[in-house]
Design a binder for this molecule. Structure first.
Ligand code: XMP
Length: 517
């Protein structure tokens, strides 16, 4: 696939923020590609990008093993922006001097722009810009023809440029949210310095991905484990657009799904969109194996193992299946620079389709692996997926099993399904569904005394949980309005047989977790 005319090259030196640079550039509607720092100069020449960004990185240019670029890169006449390590590399390679700073500069800093350069054009309050620093080396002497364009109390050169060419360098990270005007600085590099124009949209992303998927798949067949969550749903739509009947969605009912979930998924993917969906009701397999098990880890292990067995058996039946598609997103991908080569990539096993055995010999297709969650939602919208699927709260792979403490039985599943339905219904009606990360009910393994009518009852307790979170790693409990909590409680007690008490979980993560397991 040919690239759009105005495209940017990001050379990666292993910074944890490299993908954020690409994301910011996408936000500016410009196409970019990330390549390892040793990307071939001849490739760069034949591509002729509008501009090049050298990322940050954990190494020091002073180390004998420092990552470096072909010096001819600086003679191509293409605008270059060095960020952090990228800045030190430019200065080091072009005749300046870099030294170890007395103390590492890490975190928020204030810098003063020294001139109204193209890079800082139009910034507010340029004499006191808040930026995010993270470096241990600093510039001692600039290379010939370079001048400082910003300074901080710690570094006399917080940014610099070459007087005669479009070579710029920043000691701080413009790509992170902690540099509030960083986006404007990147925008200046792209539009003012490199003279690109914005043309890259989510629609272009789709066209580009469709082309790529078609090439990768050829005449073969792709299998996708569909969970009905945002990531696997968007992956399914994108793949379907590209390869239609060469895609089979395996939708496995593990018996731990939410109320009416199977109908919803089948209705959207099979009935409305006519996708090749194979529904496998394996609930009996799962529930039989889970019988009598109360230990949470053991439950997880059983669910994982049975999932693999069922998935594998079904995938084998699909002739010509060569690829396994996964809805892996960028946060699932950890990037690090390997010792001797370019940035290497390790993948965290994906929660939901995780741990599929290597002997299945399926190659991976992960069309969302460069995107962040909010971008996946935008992509889903562009692909015409209805909001109900796009704005779903995350739902764990082991399903309701992690929300039933104690034994999982059909009766207890029935109970939690009904309670969960009430929670989601009321939270949606009150306009809280999209404001929280997750909101759900948990069935506790205790019974309490209650009174209904004139009767004494001895029944189950349901806990409510609602949390705010960015990524599920940390979370705060949400102070939902009392009247909403009251309504949920009274509906659950009235509508769900077997429950006589509802409590609210007011713990954050850490030290608690989101699910109760
Ligand atoms: P915890 O309970 O560990 O959950 O604080 C953090 C986030 O991860 C989700 N979760 C899972 N998601 N498969 C998944 O796909 C799993 O096995 C799993 N376990 C927990 C949980 O819902 C929360 O969003």
């Amino acid at each position: 696939m040919s690239r759009p005319q105005d495209s940017f090259l990001i050379l990666d030196f292993g910074s944890q923020y490299t993908q954020l640079i690409a994301r910011r550039i996408r936000e500016l509607q410009v196409y970019s590609e990330i390549h390892p720092y040793h990307y071939d100069l001849s490739e760069i020449k034949s591509w002729n990008p509008k501009g090049i960004i050298l990322s940050g990185g954990p190494a020091s240019v002073l180390s004998p093993k420092a990552y470096t670029v072909d010096p001819k890169l600086f003679e191509l006449g293409i605008p270059i922006l060095g960020i952090c390590y990228g800045m030190q590399l430019i200065c080091h390679m072009l005749g300046g001097e870099v030294e170890k700073a007395d103390k590492r500069e890490f975190g928020k800093a204030e810098i003063e722009a020294l001139e109204d350069s193209d890079l800082f054009f139009g910034l507010q309050n340029p004499k006191a810009l808040t930026v995010w620093m993270s470096h241990g080396d600093r510039i001692k002497k600039l290379p010939p023809n370079f001048i400082p364009i910003a300074r901080s109390s710690n570094s006399p050169v917080a940014a610099c440029k070459n007087k005669n060419s479009s070579l710029f360098a920043l000691q701080f990270h413009p790509e992170v949210a902690h540099t509030p005007q960083g986006r404007d600085i990147l925008s200046n590099f792209i539009f003012k310095v490199s003279k690109a124009s914005p043309s890259w949209t989510m629609k272009s992303f789709i066209d580009h991905s469709v082309d790529k998927i078609k090439k990768q798949v050829g005449d073969n067949h792709v299998v996708l484990g569909l969970s009905g969550g945002v990531d696997s749903s968007v992956t399914a739509f994108l793949l379907h657009k590209a390869i239609r009947e060469q895609l089979t969605l395996l939708f496995i009912n593990n018996g731990l799904l939410r109320l009416n979930e199977e109908q919803k998924v089948i209705s959207l993917f099979k009935n409305q969109k006519n996708m090749n969906l194979k529904y496998i009701d394996a609930s009996q397999n799962f529930l039989t194996e889970l019988k009598g098990v109360t230990d949470p880890e053991q439950k997880r292990k059983i669910i994982g193992r049975v999932f693999i067995e069922v998935f594998e058996a079904e995938a084998k039946k699909i002739p010509n299946a060569k690829f396994l598609a996964q809805g892996t997103l960028y946060p699932d991908v950890i990037e690090s620079v390997s010792f001797d080569g370019g940035p290497s990539v390790t993948i965290k096993s994906h929660h939901n389709v995780g741990g599929l055995p290597a002997h299945m010999n399926l190659e991976l297709i992960e069309p969302l692996r460069e995107l962040f969650k909010d971008e996946v939602r935008l992509l889903g919208k562009e692909l015409g997926i209805e909001d109900e699927f796009i704005y779903r709260q995350p739902f764990p792979g082991p399903g309701l099993a992690v929300r039933i403490l104690g034994e999982i039985t059909p009766e207890r599943l029935e109970l939690i399904r009904k309670a969960d339905h009430v929670v989601v219904d009321e939270i949606k009606k009150a306009g809280w569904y999209r404001k929280v990360w997750q909101s759900f009910a948990v069935l506790l393994p205790v019974k309490t005394v209650g009174v209904m009518g004139d009767e004494r009852t001895y029944e189950n307790v349901v806990a409510l949980r609602a949390v705010k979170s960015e990524d599920g790693m940390t979370a705060d409990w949400v102070p939902l309005p009392y009247d909403l909590l009251g309504k949920i409680s009274s509906r659950i007690i009235n509508e769900v047989p077997g429950v006589n008490r509802v409590v609210y979980d007011i713990s954050s993560k850490p030290p608690s977790t989101i699910e109760w397991e």
